[in-house]
Design a binder for this molecule. Structure first.
Ligand code: BEZ
Length: 252
């Protein structure tokens, strides 16, 4: 059994083909953010910048950070002030009116360190608005990955390395850092996968499948076969069993 820790490596082209829905479905969290012209906003985990440019169009001053150099390159290509930075070690001091994050925080395994940096980055009274995977997110997919890891004597720790907290758990982390939570909730959202489950699995769980070498496609197919009865309809439309956690909080 291989127990090496491997990082998810992003390929902007694959992401655009198989995960564009991530930025396309961000309407609700943008409404919660309600960005204003002239505000200084940090986009934490800006990815390829597709959503960041929407904030820029409103007239806000945006800085985007991401830990993927490929994503930073893509975001810069869209004109974003994008900086390579680990979200668990943010390097800002009282600079922003708001910190915003969409679909990124579940990749950061030390949420306390993330929120310490968010607190430091905000001006007094600043707000934090985020959406990411919440408790129960992709539960069926994670279970199928675990089953295939066990079947193939693979590394079970590579199945679901994500942080999917409950509202209670996340509120506790926020309160401990001087935030007051204005609203927080879990939002189940069946998410259509236009390119199917196989491409989603390869895009979002690359290190899991890489461990099987030449058998990677066979392992993908096994996961797909396990999930088909639960997540694919009679017309071959695939859905991912997403549950989002959305939160708005401010510094008191
Ligand atoms: C999500 O955006 O919910 C998600 C991202 C990566 C893996 C699983 C879920």
């Amino acid at each position: 059994m291989n127990t090496t820790t491997r990082q998810q490596a992003w390929q902007p082209k694959d992401y655009a083909a198989n995960a564009r829905f991530v930025s396309d479905l961000a309407g609700a969290v943008l409404e919660w953010l309600d960005p204003k012209q002239g505000e200084h906003i940090l986009d934490l985990g800006c990815g390829d910048g597709a959503l960041t440019v929407k904030l820029m169009e409103i007239g806000a001053h945006i800085v985007g950070v991401d830990a993927s150099d490929k994503f930073i390159e893509a975001a810069k290509g869209r004109g974003v002030d994008a900086r390579l930075m680990n979200g668990e070690a943010l390097q800002f001091e009282r600079e922003f009116d708001a910190v915003f994050s969409n679909a990124a925080l579940h990749w950061m395994s030390n949420p306390g360190a993330v929120l310490d940096g968010v607190e430091r980055a905000l001006k007094p009274g600043g707000r934090f608005v985020a959406e990411f995977g919440g408790f129960g997110n992709v539960a069926a997919i994670a279970t199928a990955l675990r089953a295939v890891a066990e079947r193939r004597d693979g590394d079970v720790s590579l199945t679901a390395p994500w942080f999917f907290p409950s509202p209670e758990e996340y509120s506790t982390l926020l309160n401990a850092r001087g935030f007051e939570v204005d609203r927080i909730g879990l939002y189940p959202r069946q998410t259509p996968l236009k390119t199917g489950m196989g491409p989603w699995l390869k895009t979002f769980r690359t290190p899991f499948f890489e461990q099987f070498g030449d058998e990677d496609d066979a392992a993908v197919q096994e996961v797909v076969d396990l999930l088909k009865p639960a997540l694919c309809d009679a017309h071959d439309n695939w859905m991912a069993d997403y549950v989002r956690l959305r939160v708005e909080a401010h510094l008191v």
